[in-house]
Ligand binder design. Sequence first.
Ligand SMILES: [Zn+2]
Length: 98
Amino acid sequence: MGLLSALRKIDRQHWFVCSTCMTESGHDELKSVFYSEGPRVEILGRQWMKCPRCGGTTTRSFQEIKDDGSEAALWGLERIVKKYPRQQFEVPPPRPSP
Ligand SMILES: [Zn+2]
């Protein structure tokens, strides 16, 4: 199991971290990272992935973190992701309010 999960490839386009959740959870990656293949929303000409937990758009994909050169941050996040099954991070979107 350990070896398998270490070799599991992370598709960085579909993994995100939410800054709002990171702040609100006291920097708990487990509560801030999410996996999504859903469509992004466009705000001010930029594509954002909406956070399924808080509905905010202050999110960044792992790919963007890598592109920013934040290798250390990315390493920490991917370590968490590999440690748990993916379902842990597949958060169902909140019910739309009437
Ligand atoms: Zn969030």
